[in-house]
Write a protein that binds this ligand. Sequence first.
Ligand code: DAT
Ligand code: MG
Length: 148
Amino acid sequence: MEKTFLMVKPDGVQRNLIGEIVSRFERKGFQLVGGKLMSISKELAEEHYGEHKERPFFGELVDFITSGPVFAMVWEGENVIATARQMMGSTNPKDAAPGTIRGDFGVTVGKNVIHGSDSPESAVREIGIFFNENELVEYKKLTNEWIY
Ligand code: DAT
Ligand code: MG
């Protein structure tokens, strides 16, 4: 089953949105297979956002993501990578549709509440840098037979 990496950013943690965000993916029908509250080191932040190294906002982005704890998660489900991106909404909350996480809770692009992998390759990469294999829990959910 497909897996993705999702993370409540420091603004989402401070604004008490962990439960709301977890709840949205639970209610959708996806399955949580890993989760932890953690601080991100500068090194991890630079690795995670490596694709944006040359962008003018890179320094700001690294400062922000290391500014407080994040809630890192791995979720599983059919088409979960693309569907989670849809549930998150556009990168800039001003363009994110109401009903999406960024549309409902964000205002500016710098503080947009949630991160989610954007492709199968980035999901594998990001899960690998944030989680050890033994932190991911494989288990059968009985509700899955009412979802699939
Ligand atoms: P996403 O988080 O939707 O995958 P991204 O990978 O293009 O978006 O950018 C990563 C983060 O960088 C994004 O969540 C917020 C920040 N960011 C993107 N574009 C920005 C900009 N023009 N100014 C400031 N921050 C920006
Ligand atoms: Mg991205």
